[in-house]
Design a protein around this ligand. Sequence first.
Ligand SMILES: Nc1ncnc2c1ncn2[C@@H]1O[C@H](COP(=O)(O)OP(=O)(O)OP(=O)(O)O)[C@@H](O)[C@H]1O
Ligand SMILES: [Mg+2]
Length: 281
Amino acid sequence: MRPLIEVEKVWFDYRPEERPRAKWVLRDVTWKIAPGEYVAVIGPNGSGKSTLARLLNGLLVPKEGRVRVKGIPTDAPGKLWMVRQAVGMVFQNPDNQHVAPTVREDVAFGLENLGVPREEMLRRIDEALEAVDLPGMGERLVHQLSGGQKQRLSIAGVLAMRPDAIVLDESTSMLDPAGRRRVLEVMQRLNDEGIAVIHITHSAAEAARARRVTVMDRGRIVLDGPPEQVFQRDEEIRRLGLEVPVLAELTARLRRRGWPLPVTMEAERWVEEIWRSLSRK
Ligand SMILES: Nc1ncnc2c1ncn2[C@@H]1O[C@H](COP(=O)(O)OP(=O)(O)OP(=O)(O)O)[C@@H](O)[C@H]1O
Ligand SMILES: [Mg+2]
């Protein structure tokens, strides 16, 4: 299957003239996202996660190398709208991503730019609000929504454009646990329906929900794989100043002591393995 997004040998710096390449913000990054994937990206502050995210939908373009979305380079002339429509972004701060006073107008904004006819627009807005659990809230004022509702509204704005992928750049980090949970539920559902999710997060628990975890350090991808495998490198990940999900850490520690536990991120399965193995003894 053709990748949805291809990042090919990308080098990037905000001030390329001023710094040696060895210190650039992204250094020779190659990364592929398949249609419908759910990938978490973790890494220390300043490792280049947000920069990578902005390259995925053409907010930034590589200084060297290439980013392709559905085969089209993000710096191809005249293709920026297609790229932006295919890869939507939701940012960290719930309070500065909205452009209109009401919920409906806010979701409408991107569609107006795409030139979607009015009937179709109204239908898409209702569908998008439904999909993010804000049904019938079109007339509400954006500034009266909670932080979590605002983030779900941002997701609705992206969703109305019928994207192939949604990138969340720490989009849950300013929310309370309930708000966070609702956003994650919505994202899981959208992913189940085939939309690729790329979730940049500092939370190990959030990363553990993904089917793939990419770890960045100083502008490079240093680990990439299923969470079960990536988080078995617990010492390496902790050395970067990052959290390790507690089950992964316990498993890694027990395995180092010679207990050949299979690796899992699911609590029930983990308990089951321990239980079975103890009963055998
Ligand atoms: N607009 C900008 N202009 C100049 N330098 C920038 C800009 N944005 C980011 N940088 C620098 O680029 C590097 C990577 O930043 P980036 O925001 O991509 O990291 P990050 O992994 O998202 O970090 P965090 O976890 O803090 O969000 C940092 O050194 C940062 O200071
Ligand atoms: Mg960032």
